[in-house]
Design a binder for this molecule. Sequence first.
Ligand SMILES: O=C(O)CCC(=O)C(=O)O
Ligand SMILES: [Fe+2]
Length: 362
Amino acid sequence: MAPAIAQNVETSTVTPTKVTSIKTLAESSAALSSVPSAYAFTINPNDEADPNDPEFAVPIIDMSLLTCGSPDQRSKIIQDLVKICQEWGFFIVINHGVPESLMKAMIDSCHGFFSLPESEKQEFKSGNDVLEMFKYGTSYNLALDKVLLWRDFFKVRTHPEFYSLNKPASFSEISLEFSKRTREVALEIIKAISESLGLEPNYIYDAMNMDRGLQMLAGNYYPLCPQPEHAIGIPHHTDHGLVTLLIQNEMKGLQVEHNGKWLTVDGPANGFFVNLADQMQILTNGKYKSVMHRAIVNNKAARISIAIPHGPSVDTTIAPSPELCDREGQAPKYLAMNYKEYIQLQQSGKNYMKSTFDHIRV
Ligand SMILES: O=C(O)CCC(=O)C(=O)O
Ligand SMILES: [Fe+2]
């Protein structure tokens, strides 16, 4: 799927050659009335799914039934997961045990960070290596992006070593607790996914060296956009890692691809959105799907999302599981690749708006 670049949109004359933050540009006193041409991107409204069509009812997993349900309730959820992971690669987890107040405090802390003066945020700019302790920036990779993205972001590594932004003051304490609790949810999901594949509950944890697994906390800020259909927050992509958990403020904007359409995800405010990611697809030899998704923008209010990817340890080499290939009588569909190299390949921009899988498909 190639993204269409707008040719004929009436765009603003602002030339954001040196832009370091779309928030600063969009919220400046000379508020924009149209999208600057460097950001012009066209979204086709015909590709959108009807959220009222039962075909697009997002699967919901009640985690309390996995952790404290009867054996029958647990095995029913695990059965459901097989279909969900094959057909959607996406679901919403409810009753996960992370307090709603903590989720809200995390969103507020992110808001606090993005509200700092630009000069203070620039202190966190760092280089271009995704595995740095933290990183602040705009778009995706400013040096390479052909179309700029309507978002600012930060990324912090929270496992195996915990790092934090030191501003705003509350960020460190809240992100420590939030990342710990979120990791517990992710590990519970990964255990259930192992079982859904007919493997031992700890199979993925052990094979992916998750005791040293990479966890990151990535905050996205999408300012209000005067022409939302002519800009994009994050174009379609899949995530690296095994599972990404995601929360957002009161604004919607995450779209997942399902049956050839883009569905804007809506759901209980205290749920976690869960994306299966690339290393899950590779490990399961394509049985489970890394979901294609994107973030759209809106003209009502700024949107904040926090994505928390959970992956193998960075030194793990990921290949299709020999146990699964043997059992299904299948040859491996992907070449083995080290996780760190995979991330670096994805972030190099060479795959911008393409799938990193293309490099390792047999
Ligand atoms: O903002 C969103 O909903 C999507 C964010 C996302 O896909 C990402 O950070 O990888
Ligand atoms: Fe993503």
